[in-house]
Design a protein around this ligand. Sequence first.
Ligand SMILES: [Zn+2]
Length: 161
Amino acid sequence: MKKRQWQGDIKCSFCSALESAQHLFFGCSVAKIVWRTLGAVIGTSYVPKTIWQVYSWLYAFLSGFYEIYTVGLAAVCWSIWLTRNRATFEKKIINTLFEIAFTTSAFLNYWAGMQKPEMADNVKKGAQLLKRSAAQMLHLCEPSRAEATEREESEGIWGEW
Ligand SMILES: [Zn+2]
């Protein structure tokens, strides 16, 4: 990344490790939590360590949905990237370690509309399962934060109406 003129701080925005794409999307404990939450949905505690492992990981645990692997991978990486940018440029520290998983779920839900009709429902279902998995883990790991997040969310829904 340095070779490609990576701008600004070369330290990871979430921990003190040196930042690289590999670290940000796979090595960082923040990224591992996202993969772990997704892993809980597809039934594995194994966490992929490279972009290529993501494909074999999905192939092994979510066979038959090949068309949606890329959208899943994109949703995770995009969510990590946006959160990283917010932490880097706006100095917004993430509220909970599961925030990125919730963001991933929201993107999947949104992007479901761009999938082929037969896959759209699967992507939506995946988004829902991911959200539930993140909520469950949040309850287990950070009970007080879970309540606050739920309150914000229900207020958000009422706000829309
Ligand atoms: Zn890190």
